[in-house]
Ligand binder design. Structure first.
Ligand SMILES: [Zn+2]
Length: 481
């Protein structure tokens, strides 16, 4: 590994975020962006889709050490380090095959600090530095030399009562935050939260992939468990659908307003009842081919849309990720280890069966995401720009970044407008990065709006209103929060 312990920029340089970050450098534009941002920077955070752990809010225990908080669970961080030859086991990522992994958080932290330059120009660095300075008040740039000092400062802050999950929720000015759970989750933490007198609003979302995707690890056992939980006969197609409806209702009682579907493609289907029943039979018995598994997922999206018309849950589709690309890493470490890679994704043909049935239904809200940026202007904006049931989710995952957000607005606005989009989702499990992510979205949107104002496509008072809609009101409306 290259030695960077004596390089330039390695002194204990102070770390401060520039108040004009992400604004255009040109003075006129910058002035407009600043004024727009002033109007939205303090709006509450609405986080309608994400992956924080409800246990944090239910138990309100202090967060663990700096490495366990910032590095071990963050696939953005360890995938970059892995790409430069640092094995996941040295970063403390738990193995599932008994491979020994590093357990000393300070050693993990030092390794991260020695390689911190790898994150230059990435949103990971942006979020991390926002968390250090704005959330934890640590104003030293991370380098190999400052690693221990920064570690100790972060650890001390994490131990203080004002850095407990509930205190941070309040400090972040969160109005509502959604987590994501499987239908098989008993939602114990959400129940505890409902019963507590804490005023934070933490809600769940229904993510049925483990019992909808026949190729999901443990699918058959999951379907059996779904039957046992609900008292429905999941051996039969009708019983299986009834079990979903029942779990959805339970999720809604605990605050859920949405479902989420992480399918490999956006394919939908509308089979005749007898054909759907026969397909389910094959799937249930574990006899479905890969094509039949795909058709089943497709049929289930249409079934979920039908259920949404009944119970009002907003539907989200997050397609197009080829999960666990490295089979070796999957075998050793399991899912969500940075090896989920975007694939080209079709929407126009794929969504047609569902849209034929429910696309004109204003009571349905179906929010589409993509990892295929070429689909924004060609497919997604034209679809969302005409079907009342469709909305566009914000730039997602690899594109949840300043450049990704900019490209998103540029590609979709002229066809879909602002009001077929749904504001921002942080979609994160990294709780301390939430203010940074929302702040980034607000700044990038204000910078984009500033351009429209500067070339006289939009009056500044209208831009103010749009900025508030994008930062706050659209998410509340789309997700019925
Ligand atoms: Zn998500």
């Amino acid at each position: 590994m290259e030695d960077r312990t004596t390089g330039a920029g390695d002194a204990a340089a102070p770390l401060r975020l520039d108040p004009d970050r992400l604004f255009p450098p040109e003075a006129t534009l910058r002035g407009i962006a600043r004024r727009l941002y002033e109007g939205v920077k303090d709006l509450p955070i609405v986080s309608p889709h994400g992956h924080t752990d409800p246990r944090w809010f239910a138990e309100d225990a202090p967060f663990p050490d700096p490495a366990t908080l910032f590095i071990v669970p963050d696939h953005y961080i360890f995938r970059m380090l892995h790409s430069q030859g640092i094995p996941l086991e040295r970063l403390g990522v738990p193995s599932r095959d008994g491979t020994a992994v590093e357990s000393d958080p300070r050693k993990i932290w030092r390794l991260f600090a020695e390689n911190y330059h790898l994150f230059r120009g990435t949103p990971s660095r942006f979020w991390f530095e926002h968390a250090l300075t704005e959330v934890l008040g640590v104003e030293t740039r991370l380098t190999a030399k400052t690693a221990d000092a920064v570690y100790d400062a972060v650890a001390a802050r994490l131990a203080s009562p004002d850095c407990r999950p509930r205190a941070l929720y309040e400090r972040f000015n969160i109005e509502v935050i959604a987590t994501t759970e499987s239908p098989l989750d008993p939602l114990a933490h959400h129940k505890k939260l409902r019963a507590s007198n804490w005023r934070g609003r933490v809600i769940t979302a229904y993510r049925p992939d483990p019992v909808v995707d026949p190729e999901f690890d443990g699918f058959a056992a999951g379907v059996t468990e779904l039957g046992a939980m609900t008292g429905c006969d999941t051996e039969s197609w009708q019983g299986y659908l009834a079990a979903h409806l029942q779990r959805r209702r339970y999720f809604a009682e605990l605050g859920a307003t949405s479902t989420d579907h992480g399918h490999p493609t956006a394919r939908t289907a509308d089979l005749a009842p007898k054909a759907a029943e026969a397909l389910y039979r094959k799937v249930y018995l574990g006899k479905a081919t890969a094509e039949e598994a795909e058709l089943f997922r497709a049929q289930m999206l249409t079934e979920m849309a039908r259920m949404s018309l009944e119970d009002g849950l907003v539907m989200q589709i997050h397609p197009g990720s080829l999960r666990n690309h490295s089979r070796a890493v999957y075998r050793r470490f399991g899912r969500d280890k940075g090896f989920d890679i975007p694939t080209p994704t079709d929407y126009v043909q794929a969504l047609r069966p569902l849209l034929d049935k429910f696309g004109d239904e204003p009571r349905l809200t179906l929010i589409l995401f993509t990892l295929d940026e070429s689909a924004y202007a060609r497919e997604l904006a034209p679809l969302a720009g005409v079907y009342p049931a469709l909305r566009l989710g914000p730039a997602w995952w690899f594109y949840d970044s300043p450049e990704g957000m900019r490209r998103y607005r540029q590609a979709v606005t002229e066809t879909a407008g602002f009001y077929n989009t749904v504001g921002f989702n942080d979609d994160t499990r990294a709780f301390l990065s939430i203010p940074a992510r929302h702040d980034t979205a607000r700044r990038v949107d204000c910078a984009y709006l500033a351009e429209l104002v500067a070339d006289h496509r939009l009056a500044e008072d209208e831009a103010h209103e749009v900025a508030g809609d994008l930062a706050y009101r659209l998410a509340k409306k789309a997700y019925k929060l």
